[in-house]
Design a protein around this ligand. Sequence first.
Ligand code: PEP
Ligand code: MN
Length: 350
Amino acid sequence: MIVNMSESATEQEIQHIIDRVREAGFNPHVTRGATKTIIAAVGAGGRRHEIESLQAAPGVENVVAIAAPYKLVSRQTKPHRTIVHVGDVAIGGPQVVVLAGPCSVETREQILETAHAVKAAGASMLRGGAYKPRTSPYEFQGLGEEALKLLAEAREQTGLPVVTEVMGTEDVDLIGDYADMFQVGARNMQNFALLRRLATANKPVLLKRGPSATVKEWLLAAEYLLSGGNPNVVLCERGIKTFETETRNTLDLAAVALARELTHLPVIADPSHGTGKPALIPPMSRAAIACGADGIIVEVHPCPERAWSDGPQSLTIDAFRNLMQTLSQPLRPVAVGNGTIRLGQAASAD
Ligand code: PEP
Ligand code: MN
């Protein structure tokens, strides 16, 4: 349930509602907008009718049910978009951000060269795996703490904040000592113990969509983080499993637009894992931005043919530079009747 306070509600009236929500057996989550305050009553086992009765309390505009099962993630609870700050990078603001780096951290030279190159090309954040979720146990599993140290050195040299994957609760403290943002990989989207732990970890989380997860399941995974106390969540669409075999996954850009419609959280797209094909990364990056993505995350390697993981989908440094230059390339003009319109101009009647 949501208690919408009126514009003229006093601080005392707001506090009274917060207390009453607790008394009714729910957790109060307060969103203070520019003019109005919204108090969400969230949790299982509370007494709904007591919240409904708050309609009669002073300072209350109305009491409504939250239609979605993901209560705190829903835009109904927080109509204004969330901006997640990672270091001095703002994800979800007016500018599209680019997170770039290798699939895995391999050597000091490899990560430092990549970090400097993506920074020079305009990336805002550095990615790189230290703990890798590999389909086969015989594949490279990541350098662990050694990679975390190298990522920290790369951040020191370039100023780029670092995002890296955490696969298990036992690694959260260590990774938190080095990284600026935790990545929850697609395979771990519903690792509920991990989500509960990251909810109290005090660092932002990049939550990838599971390859077989519905949008509702993805948003409910985000709800674990918000309801547990971490409001700094960025959603990432990275492609889902479909019958298509020509691309590694099917990048579901409708889900990007939908997630931005349903939630207040920033949403980014991963065209590297989403397609598995370097040639498709520039067009799908532009498409992601066109449909509202707040950013993209892209795999870049100084020598993809020598990469220890995901080489075939990695962009070379040159290709990444080109991508950055064409990211904001305008769409093609659309023919209207006999003439054409330019982008950003309304179609004229004649
Ligand atoms: C990755 O980012 O390298 C990765 C393993 O991604 P995903 O979890 O989306 O497969
Ligand atoms: Mn990868």
